[in-house]
Structure formats: structure tokens, C-alpha cells
Design a protein. Structure first.
Length: 263
């Protein structure tokens, strides 16, 4: 792809175009290098996971662990020490982390908080897992969230376009399998695991993020509107709501459906 064939949405002077023409090849090379580095890192990570899965199976078969998943609650260095006299201490630490993982995964904190988060830790046996909700991502503790009204909620626009569609509110990646083509995907944030669902979404809304966050970059690559930093979006909207996403102004609003069901 040559520089001349790339459509520009911003007016650029003749001098600016000459400079961009010089910089463009270097930018493309840098993007390729960045993606290659990420690809190598993912491949290495996958090899470690395969090796640890095999190790976990052997530890379970030898009676060292009861659950294969427990191994993944230890760090790389802790796994190395798993064959030392500190084994019992490390296994107890892993069980403690594993028992508290559900509480931490569901923990919702205010945007601004002073002191330690209000978490009630589970015991090492995992008999109880609770967390105290300190106000939620969209709670009153953070401030700055717009009301609904006619203007809807406002975030940071990062990918242009205006679309309407049915909202799909997803808090965990495992729930994203319910997405349908043309859904407005509303999530707390995205990472590489969410990318496979972007071709089905007509727009993306995230509670966290900025201009160069994962969701923003991928949304521009797939050509779908995207608004990030929409505080409390997962609480404000419900799956099935008809919403309009304006990726130019950053406004996300719920559309009232007439009684006859027409849009």
C-alpha cells in the first residue's frame, strides 16, 4: 500500500504530505517489527503453558496437587522452587490465591479510592469468597459520569462512525460467545483475547482505555465505531438495549423503542 492510496481524513498541507511520504515506510516497518515481537512473545507464552499443563498433570498423578489449575496460581520462580523443601508452603500459597480468585475477578472499585480496597479474603480452604463493593466502576465515588437523558453517556471517541444496534454487555471473555452479528459490544476493557469477536460487532464501547488502547486500535483496523473511557457503561446499559454509538463525538445513548416495536 503506497502513501498516495491511503485516504486522509484530515487536511494536510503540501509540505506535510511530503514529510508523511518520507515517514510512512518507517512507520510501516515499525508496526511490522512490533507485531513480530508480540507474535514471538505469544508463541513463547504458549510453550510455557503447554509445559506447565504437562507438569500439573504429573503433579496431580503423584498426589502433590489435587487440582491441575492450582499450579497456575504460582509464579514462574515459585514453580521452580516447588521441588524444594518449601513445597508445602508454596502449595498453601497457591491454594490461597486460587480460593480468592473468584472474589478478585468480580471486584468492582470506585474510580478514586483511599486506602486498601475493601476486600474480605477467603480462607486457604476456599470455604468463602466475598468482596465488598466499594461503589463500582460507575459508582458515585469516581464522579465524572454523565447522566442518561437525551445526550446519553459520554466517553472518549477513538474510531469514527455512527451506528445503532442491540447492546451486548459482557464482563468476562467467556460470556462473549453469545455475541451476534451487528451487536454493540459493551465491555470493561479488551485485550488480545477479544479480537476474534470484533468482526461480528458493529461498534465497541469500553469502560477503560484511551486513544492507543487495544480496543481503540483494533476498532480502527476493523473500521467500526468505538468509544472508550465510558465510566459505568456495563452498569448503565443492559444486553438487548437498542443503543446508538457515535464514534466522532463519544456519545453513547439508549434509543427508545416505540410500542409497535419499530425503530
Amino acid at each position: 500500500v503506497s502513501f498516495e492510496s491511503v485516504p486522509l481524513q484530515t487536511d494536510v498541507s503540501w509540505v506535510g504530505r511530503r514529510l508523511l511520504r518520507l515517514v510512512f515506510p518507517y512507520a510501516r516497518a515499525a508496526v511490522r517489527a512490533r507485531e513480530h515481537g508480540k507474535s514471538v512473545a505469544v508463541r513463547m507464552h504458549n510453550e510455557f503453558k503447554r509445559a506447565y499443563h504437562t507438569l500439573a498433570q504429573r503433579l496431580v498423578s503423584e498426589g502433590v496437587l489435587r487440582d491441575e489449575r492450582t499450579l497456575f496460581f504460582l509464579t514462574h520462580n515459585e514453580i521452580r522452587l516447588l521441588f524444594s523443601p518449601e513445597r508445602r508452603h508454596l502449595i498453601a500459597r497457591a491454594l490461597f490465591r486460587q480460593s480468592n480468585a473468584p472474589a478478585l475477578a468480580g471486584l468492582s472499585l470506585p474510580w478514586l479510592h483511599r486506602g486498601p480496597p475493601p476486600v474480605q479474603w477467603a480462607t486457604s480452604t476456599g470455604t468463602e469468597q466475598k468482596s465488598a463493593n466499594g461503589g463500582g466502576r460507575g459508582g458515585g465515588g469516581g464522579g465524572g459520569e454523565s447522566g442518561e437523558g437525551e445526550c446519553g453517556v459520554i466517553g472518549t471517541p477513538v474510531s469514527c462512525g455512527v451506528v445503532r444496534g442491540r447492546a451486548l454487555v459482557v464482563r468476562r471473555l467467556s460470556e462473549a460467545r453469545h455475541i451476534e452479528r451487528g451487536s454493540v459490544l459493551i465491555v470493561p476493557y479488551t485485550d488480545v483475547g477479544w479480537t476474534v469477536y470484533f468482526p461480528l460487532a458493529c461498534a465497541l464501547v469500553t469502560e477503560l482505555g484511551g486513544l492507543l488502547s487495544h480496543g481503540a486500535v483494533c476498532a480502527r483496523e476493523y473500521g467500526i465505531p468505538c468509544v472508550v473511557n465510558v465510566r459505568g457503561a456495563c452498569d448503565h446499559f443492559k444486553s438487548g438495549d437498542l443503543v446508538e454509538v457515535d464514534g466522532s463525538t463519544g456519545v453513547v445513548r439508549r434509543i427508545a423503542v416505540p410500542a409497535d416495536g419499530s425503530r
